[in-house]
Design a protein. Structure first.
Length: 321
């Protein structure tokens, strides 16, 4: 039995999914329940080379987590699990086929149709974890994992969109742990959350000064900090929250870099060109990072609106061809 269960979201793949891979972009249904049923049917029958989940993803966020796994001593201190929009909860050592599914709402492979509110993602997660894809014997939900290891601390590092999706499951998991204090939730970007007020670690961009790296890997770096500074018997939400309240108050918030503001048409042109490159799969968030890194400015909500408009235009053009 592990001393700690660490659960994180998966990020970008090392390569774009092959043409044979199961992808949400190919499912045209709008209703979430219909999309889920079709997804489970397709991915259950998916054929192709399988890989360990830990070998399927890349990016700074995943690099931090993978290095933690590879450098931990024997016997190991923790097990790493993946909260996957395509497979549910999976152990990082599980063998899975490549796929395209995400909770990022405006991504072409979003599990929730762009015309549906992203809050419906909890319906997707609940149904996905109950489907028990390919008859897995290991826990496929947070609740199942908590029931199997009730005395093991659960350190969860997820972005807001994923935390929204797993909310019901995570609340149930907390009730199944020996004490609610065993659940520690790290979600940079989640300001306040009544459901997790006693479990949510306070964190924002001020911690970049202390932990380094980019904002996209902040959750992983905070998880690493906790694992390195708290032994399993002391990994409890209450003292960790108090510690991070001090850290964030003492850390200096970084000033955002000055960038050139672009028009809607210029941004749309940038997005279209990037999406036309089939060798690389881009999400809304990854394109915004590239856009900003090139010295250009755009608010996230504005970029999301333009990205969605470009996607809808491309889909309409494909349907008329």
């Amino acid at each position: 039995m592990p001393l700690i269960n660490v659960i994180a979201s998966c990020t970008s793949r090392k390569t774009s999914p092959p043409e044979t891979a199961c992808r949400m972009a190919r499912i045209r249904s709008i209703k979430t329940e219909t999309r889920l049923a079709e997804w489970v049917r397709r991915i259950s029958k998916a054929r192709g080379d399988s890989k360990r989940a830990i070998d399927l993803y890349c990016g700074d966020h995943w690099h931090v987590l993978r290095k933690l796994v590879e450098t931990q001593n024997t016997p190991k201190k923790f097990d790493l699990w993946v909260a996957s929009a395509g497979w549910g909860l999976i152990n990082s050592e599980a063998e899975i086929t490549s796929y395209g599914a995400t909770f990022s709402h405006l991504d072409p492979d979003s599990v929730i149709h762009p015309n549906i509110l992203p809050q419906e993602s909890h319906l997707w997660w609940n149904g996905l974890t109950q489907s028990r894809l390919q008859g897995r014997k290991s826990p496929s939900s947070f609740a199942a994992l908590a029931k199997k290891t009730p005395t093991v601390p659960m350190l969860v590092a997820l972005p807001p969109s994923y935390l929204t999706a797993v909310r019901d499951d995570l609340i149930l998991a907390r009730s199944l742990l020996a004490t609610p204090d065993l659940l520690v939730v790290v979600s940079a970007g989640t300001k306040r959350d009544a459901d997790f007020s006693s479990n949510l670690v306070p964190c924002d961009s001020r911690l970049q000064t202390l932990l380094g790296g980019s904002l996209t890997s902040l959750n992983a770096r905070i998880a690493r900090y906790i694992l390195e500074n708290y032994p399993p018997r002391k990994l409890l939400a209450s003292p960790i929250i108090r510690h991070f309240e001090k850290l964030t108050s003492q850390s200096q918030k970084q000033s955002p870099p000055k960038r050139a503001i672009k028009t809607d048409s210029e941004i749309a042109d940038f997005i279209s060109k990037k999406l036309s490159c089939k060798k690389t799969k881009h999400s809304h968030s990854s394109l915004l990072r590239v856009f900003r890194d090139s010295g250009k400015a755009c608010e996230q909500s504005r970029f999301s609106r333009i990205f969605r408009s470009v996607i809808q235009s491309r889909n309409q053009n494909e349907e008329t061809e």
